[in-house]
Design a protein around this ligand. Structure first.
Ligand SMILES: Nc1ncnc2c1ncn2[C@@H]1O[C@H](COP(=O)(O)OP(=O)(O)OP(=O)(O)O)[C@@H](O)[C@H]1O
Length: 293
C-alpha cells in the first residue's frame, strides 16, 4: 500500500514525441489547454500489402478500428472496454506510438504522435520485468538509460517504491515476488520517467481476484497522488466502472465508440457501495453485450 501522502510529480519536460515538433500551433478543442490525448477520425487496418497486385505480399486485411473520435482532458482516468478483438489494444498502441493509424490523427498534448516517448508510460498484462535485475534496478532502469544523475534516480526510485508499497522488496529479484508485487514494480517502472500519460493494457487480468481488488484500490490512490492521465484497457465491466472517471465502450471489430460516459461515482471511498454503481454497471454491460452481438 502507498504509505506517504507527498505528491509524486510528473514530467515537466517536452510533451512531444522524439522527432515531433515541441509546440502546438493550432487552436485547441476548448480554446485553452490541448487535450492530453485526442483521436480524430482514427481508423486502423492491418495487413493488405498489395504490391504487384498481391504477388509480393498479403492482400487480406483486418479492420481493427473505424472512425474513432475522442478528446481526453489531462488528469482523467479513462477505462476502455469492449468485446475481444475490437481494437482496444490497438487504440492503446496508437497512443503509445507503437503503431500508426491508417487514417485520421492521434495527438498527445496537441502534438501528433510519431513514436514512443517518455511522456507516456506503458504497463502490459505481463509485468515484463528484467529477470536479472532486482526491483530497484528495474524501476530505475529508464532513468539510468536517460542519464539521470545517480542521486536523483535513487531518490526518485525510493519515492516510487514507497508509492507502490515495495520499499521492503527493493533488493529482491522478480522471481522472488508474487504476481501482484511484480505488477506493482512494473507500474513503478512505467512511472519512473514522470509520464503525463499512463497506458495500461489489462494490467490486472492475470492476477487472482483478491490481489486484483487490492491493486485496483492502490492504482486509484496512485492516480490521485500523481495526477497522471490514465488510459486503462479491460475486459471487465466491473473494473471499468470501478476505476474510470470516464468509460469508453467500443463495438465489436472494427471498433467504434458506442458509449462514452463520464462517471459521477465518488472516488474517495469504494464506488461499489454507491447506488449509482449498479446502474452504471448495468448500462455498460448492456452496451457491451449489444456491441458484441
Ligand atoms: N499486427 C497485426 N496484424 C494483423 N492483425 C492484427 C494485428 N494486431 C491486431 N490485429 C487484429 O486486429 C483486431 C484488433 O486487435 P486488438 O488486439 O487491438 O483487439 P483487443 O480488443 O485488444 O483484443 P483482446 O480483447 O482479445 O485483447 C483483432 O482482430 C486482431 O486479430
Amino acid at each position: 500500500m502507498p504509505s506517504s501522502d507527498s505528491p509524486i510529480p510528473t514530467s515537466d519536460g517536452p510533451t512531444s514525441t522524439s522527432d515531433g515538433p515541441t509546440t502546438s500551433d493550432g487552436p485547441t478543442p476548448s480554446g485553452g489547454q490541448a487535450a492530453a490525448v485526442s483521436l480524430d477520425a482514427v481508423s486502423v487496418t492491418y495487413g493488405g500489402d498489395r504490391r504487384l497486385g498481391g504477388l509480393l505480399g498479403r492482400t487480406d486485411t483486418v479492420d481493427a478500428l473505424r472512425e474513432v473520435d475522442t478528446d481526453i482532458p489531462a488528469g482523467e482516468f479513462v477505462t476502455i472496454v469492449g468485446p475481444s478483438g475490437c481494437g482496444k489494444s490497438t487504440l492503446l498502441r496508437l497512443v503509445a506510438g507503437f503503431a500508426r493509424p491508417s487514417r485520421g490523427e492521434v495527438k498527445v498534448a496537441g502534438e501528433p504522435v510519431t513514436g514512443p516517448g517518455p511522456d507516456r508510460g506503458v504497463v502490459f498484462q505481463q509485468p515484463r520485468l528484467f529477470p536479472w535485475l532486482n526491483v530497484r534496478r528495474n524501476v530505475e532502469f529508464g532513468l539510468r538509460m536517460t542519464g539521470v544523475p545517480v542521486a536523483d534516480r535513487r531518490t526518485r526510485t525510493a519515492e516510487l517504491l514507497d508509492l507502490v508499497g515495495l520499499s521492503e522488496a527493493a533488493t529482491r529479484l522478480p522471481h522472488e515476488l508474487s504476481g501482484g508485487m511484480q505488477q506493482r514494480a512494473a507500474i513503478a517502472r512505467a512511472l519512473a520517467p514522470g509520464p503525463r500519460i499512463l497506458l495500461m493494457d489489462e494490467p490486472f487480468a492475470a492476477l487472482d481476484a483478491l490481489t486484483r481488488e487490492r491493486l485496483q484500490e492502490e492504482l486509484r490512490q496512485i492516480w490521485r497522488r500523481t495526477g497522471t492521465t490514465v488510459l486503462f484497457v479491460t475486459h471487465s465491466v466491473d473494473e471499468a466502472v470501478l476505476l474510470g472517471t470516464r468509460i469508453i465502450a467500443l463495438s465489436r471489430r472494427p471498433g467504434r465508440v458506442v458509449l462514452d460516459e463520464t462517471s459521477t461515482l465518488p472516488r474517495e471511498e469504494s464506488p461499489h457501495a454507491h447506488p449509482g454503481f449498479l446502474a452504471l454497471r448495468e448500462k455498460l454491460a448492456a452496451t457491451v453485450r449489444a456491441a458484441a452481438a
